[in-house]
Structures are given as structure tokens and as C-alpha cells.
Design a protein around this ligand. Structure first.
Ligand code: 6PG
Length: 255
């Protein structure tokens, strides 16, 4: 497994710039390699940090296929919707990204999370071939956030969903972070991605990041371990990284 890279930036503005460079690079490499770029986005503070991507005219959004690493079971225009956040900060500013290549939760199924997860698996299968022909989707890039309890996607500490070994997407109806009903990519899907990047900023994440990055454990974010060919990169601002003692490299120097 390739080693984890931890990259730090002086502030959130610099982090967003560095993240945009990184996403643009992987988008180019992926489109060159297989004619498309498959990406999964998280919610929380992440979509706002992607706004710089819309300013990069070298990005070929026409070949993007966008999924959600997790989604809340709410209508797409609800204030809790991760799709709405991504639309507000990114999709509305990139008219070249075809709307049919943005794969959202089916808003008719938000009252039935397990049906919504099944439907999302079918949507994944359209892009990643059928469930029978591939074991797991291999995303070019999955962008993750991390919560103060060490959760990522909608995979929470101690939750039975961490044991899921075969499903591509699963539902959860007892999420400790509201809203309680969600769908989420599973750990095997996350770990099969070519590139996985965590993005975290702010002093409120210092202690959790120290625990995640400087020790071994079974917090959901610690269970994100790319399979053989994958890379794992952490994008942190200095405030979030203040207590991390593992080797870090400085922002754009490395990118
Ligand atoms: O739908 C969600 O709730 C998110 O996808 C979740 O997994 C998020 O990424 C983390 O909670 C970090 O959130 P912040 O970036 O807001 O701290």
C-alpha cells in the first residue's frame, strides 16, 4: 500500500486552492486513461472548498461522473441535502458538467432508505458496469470529510455498517449525526478507489486528527486504507494539523 500523504496549508483559502490543483490533475489523468473521471463527493464543509474548481478552465467537466459518498434521505432541495450543497458551490457554476452525469439519491425514495440505497447501487452499476461483472466500483477519486467522532461518509464509530463486506451502498437509519436517515458508500467501495482524499480544517478537528493519524485504531476514518494500487492523501489546514506528529508536507510545494 502506498504511504499516506499529509499535506498542510496555512488556511482554508490555500487548502481550497491546493485541493483544486489536485482534483484537476486527477481529472486530467483519468480522462486521458479511460475517457472519464468518476468522483464521489461528501457533504459537510467539503463542497464549499471545491468552489475553486469552477474557475479552472482546463478542467473537462463534460467527462465527469459525480456521485455522493453519502447523502441524507431528504429531498434534493432540502437544506440538509449534500447534493444541494454541491450544486450551490460547484454544479451551478460549471454548465459543461452534464446534469445526467450527476447521480443523486432518488427523491421519491427518501422515506425508504434501504430502497434508496438499492437504487443508488443501480445508478453506480450504470457507470461501473453491473454488479455481476465487477466486484466493486473503482472510483478515480473519493473526497471525504471527517467528523469530530472520527466518522467518514455516513460510517460511524462502532456501527455495524463498518462490517459490510459486499454491498456497494447501504442505508443507515440511526445516524448519530442528524438527519438520522442516510445512504452511504461502504468501506470496500471507498478502499477500492484509485485516489482517496480527506479534507479537514479548523482547530475543532485537532484532537481527532491527532488520534486518527498518529495511532492505529478502528475509527471509521482509520479503516480507510486503499487497496494495493490506491493513494490516500490528507488535506489539512495548519489549525487542524496542529497536534499531528506524523510527517507532513507543505501545500503547493508538493502538488
Ligand atoms: O453528510 C455528511 O454528514 C457528511 O458527508 C459527513 O461525513 C461529513 O463529511 C463529515 O461529518 C465532516 O463534516 P464537516 O466537513 O462539516 O466537518
Amino acid at each position: 500500500m502506498s504511504p499516506t500523504q499529509i499535506i498542510t496549508f496555512p488556511d482554508v483559502a490555500a487548502l481550497s486552492e491546493g485541493l483544486a490543483h489536485y482534483v484537476a490533475r486527477i481529472s486530467k489523468e483519468s480522462i486521458k486513461r479511460h475517457g472519464k473521471f468518476t468522483i464521489a463527493l461528501s457533504g459537510g464543509s467539503l463542497p464549499k472548498q471545491l468552489a475553486n474548481l469552477a474557475k479552472d478552465s482546463s478542467i473537462d467537466f463534460a467527462h465527469w461522473h459525480v456521485f455522493f459518498a453519502d447523502e441524507r434521505c431528504v429531498p434534493l432541495d432540502h437544506e440538509d441535502s449534500n447534493y444541494l450543497l454541491a450544486k450551490t458551490y460547484l454544479f451551478d457554476h460549471v454548465p459543461t458538467l452534464p446534469r445526467e452525469q450527476i447521480y443523486t439519491i432518488d427523491s421519491d425514495l427518501v422515506n425508504d432508505p434501504s430502497e434508496a440505497a438499492e437504487d443508488y447501487i443501480s445508478q453506480l452499476a450504470k457507470v461501473f458496469a453491473t454488479k455481476d461483472s465487477v466486484r466493486f466500483p473503482v472510483f478515480d477519486l473519493i473526497l471525504l470529510g471527517v467528523g469530530p467522532d472520527g466518522h467518514t461518509c455516513s460510517l460511524f464509530p462502532g456501527h455495524e455498517l463498518l462490517e459490510e463486506k459486499t454491498a456497494w451502498c447501504a442505508s443507515i437509519e440511526d445516524s448519530p449525526k442528524p438527519p438520522s436517515s442516510r445512504i452511504t458508500l461502504t468501506l470496500p467501495v471507498v478502499n477500492h478507489a484509485h485516489h482517496i482524499a480527506f479534507v479537514a480544517a479548523g482547530a475543532g478537528k485537532q484532537d481527532m486528527l491527532h488520534q486518527i493519524l498518529d495511532s492505529q485504531g478502528d475509527l471509521p476514518a482509520q479503516l480507510v486504507k486503499p487497496t494495493a494500487m490506491g493513494t490516500l492523501t490528507w488535506f489539512l489546514d495548519d489549525a487542524a494539523a496542529a497536534k499531528v506528529t506524523s510527517a507532513t508536507s507543505k501545500g503547493l510545494e508538493r502538488l
